[in-house]
Design a protein around this ligand. Structure first.
Ligand SMILES: NC(=O)c1ccc[n+]([C@@H]2O[C@H](COP(=O)([O-])OP(=O)(O)OC[C@H]3O[C@@H](n4cnc5c(N)ncnc54)[C@H](OP(=O)(O)O)[C@@H]3O)[C@@H](O)[C@H]2O)c1
Length: 271
């Protein structure tokens, strides 16, 4: 059966690669982003990419997009809430506006995206919710504490949601990517105070975030994450949590298993 997918963050990185892979597999992907993306088709697979220009923080735009999909295709099989961004800087240096910024797209944007799709899924009696969190949900990342926090909140939200949606035959899966080479690094914002050399955190923040950014740019190709997402779209029962690549699986296993003091010590040695 042709999968009808609503995917956010489709103009770059993991989302763009996922859209291509899904279209090659024969899916119809409505790909959302603020920047306008190009429509395309795969004649062989019958797959299609339909760009949708919207901001995931706008419920009205999201509602219209979902309504359009149902009107044009008659159903919606999957939502992939992938759009996200990063904020760097110490906990102390971030203003409340900057903290809100980090939670806006990464948490409230995901919630709004999922909420726009759930009435359709419930009335159909089926549907799949996939959200892109991060290994940072399990491992505390210094100088990106708000990013770690929002991804942890998302991971917990998705697992609780899986329980609520079970009676409606709607499945949930959360993807936890590790370092991935995308435009995420260049799109990362720094809190204003964190960029000032008189911040007491400035030197260490520069060293730590510099290392993280280097790891991202030497990281996995986005296709590695896309493959894991596409597998969830097509498997009979989705996995609740997916961590692509064995080394990141082990890191998450340790993160969940080690006593907090040891985990904090280990991370402090790396960053
Ligand atoms: N790269 C990594 O190392 C890494 C690791 C772990 C998790 N992740 C997660 O993976 C997801 C995808 O990241 P990526 O690496 O592919 O980053 P990316 O290359 O920067 O892509 C981000 C995508 O999100 C879209 N987006 C951002 N804000 C949006 C908004 N308000 N409304 C609609 N679309 C929005 C962007 O499009 P527009 O700018 O056109 O709106 C873009 O298409 C994110 O949730 C990120 O946290 C990434």
């Amino acid at each position: 059966m042709k999968q009808i997918v609503f995917l956010t963050g489709a103009s770059a990185g993991i989302g763009e690669a996922t859209a291509k892979m899904l279209v090659d597999a024969g899916a119809v992907v409505y790909g959302a982003s603020r920047r306008a993306a190009q429509a395309y088709q795969n004649q062989q697979s019958g797959g299609e990419f339909v760009p949708v220009q919207l901001d995931v923080n706008d419920e009205i735009q999201l509602g219209r997009a979902v309504q359009r999909i149902v009107e044009e295709r008659g159903c919606l099989n999957v939502v992939v809430a992938n759009a996200g961004n990063g904020l760097a800087g110490s906990v102390e240096d971030a203003s409340s506006e900057e903290v809100k910024y980090q939670f806006e797209t990464n948490f409230f944007g995901v919630v709004k995206t999922i909420q726009a799709c759930l009435p359709v899924f419930r009335s159909q009696g089926y549907g799949r919710v996939i959200a892109v969190s991060s290994v940072a949900a399990v491992i505390p990342i210094p100088y990106q504490a708000y990013y770690s926090s929002v991804k942890a909140a998302l991971l917990m939200l998705m697992q609780a949601l899986a329980i609520e949606l079970k009676p409606f035959h709607i499945q949930c899966s959360t993807i936890l990517p590790g370092d991935t080479k995308t435009a995420f690094t260049s799109a990362r914002k720094y809190s204003v105070k964190a960029q000032q050399p008189d911040s007491p955190y400035y030197q260490q923040m520069k060293i730590s975030v510099g290392k993280m950014e280097k790891d991202e740019q030497n990281g996995m190709p986005p296709e590695k994450i896309s493959k894991a997402i596409v597998q969830q779209v097509y498997r009979k029962r989705m996995k609740a949590v997916v961590v692509p690549r064995i080394d990141y699986k082990l890191i998450c296993l340790l993160g969940n298993w080690l006593p907090a003091r040891l985990k904090i010590w280990m991370v402090s040695k790396i960053y």
